[in-house]
Design a protein around this ligand. Sequence first.
Ligand SMILES: *[C@@H]1O[C@H](CO)[C@@H](O)[C@H](O)[C@H]1NC(C)=O
Length: 226
Amino acid sequence: MRVTAGMIQYVALFITLLSTWFILQTYFDHGQKAVSLRSWLGASKKPISKQLPRHKCGNQKSCPQNHFAFKIISGAANVVGPSICFNDMVLMSSMKNNIGRGLNIALVNGTSGQPLKADTFDMYSGDINKLDTFLQEIQHGTIVLTASYDDAATKMNDKVRAHFVELGSSHVNEVGFRDNWVFLGAKGLKNKSPFEEHIKNDEKTNKYDGWPELLEMEGCAPRKTD
Ligand SMILES: *[C@@H]1O[C@H](CO)[C@@H](O)[C@H](O)[C@H]1NC(C)=O
């Protein structure tokens, strides 16, 4: 077969179209093909050192040995529910559908870290004796995690406040209507708990109409070892 000038022209055109297609695929396609080509070239893998480490409960720091990571977030106004995370387990949250208006309380074995109980107490119109009994039955060595939602004080009484004081609270006596309060204490604590935050409902400083800013507290609670 004779190679004609016409045939060479067709081959040249074909090669040009093929390379144009390849260049377009490589540089202008932001879809799947371009991505896989980049990863094939080894460019898409980030160096491992640049990835931020994830800490338990999504906390900023990791905890030392014999400590449990925790994060307690109060409710925001009467709209967004609170959440309680302990040792990377979400014990209470809207997603788990086990929170409610008032006080949300989770109990954990302070030695093993094992979750024991979680319950919600309506402090606006619920039966306060239910909370009184719940707090009274807490066993020695139990860690208690508490988060307020909407209103945590209307039904509060001296007996219930005394139980929280015994668990290491310094602020429970000041918690009032629509204040936010987050607290981690334990039955049998010798000192006051360092893990507590309280914000007053005050129309001059409130973030929301009728409620203060939500509270978020994270830290490392020591394991009970004795
Ligand atoms: C807590 O855990 C320890 C160790 O596993 C166990 O001996 C103790 O009985 C538990 N206490 C409660 C109240 O569950």
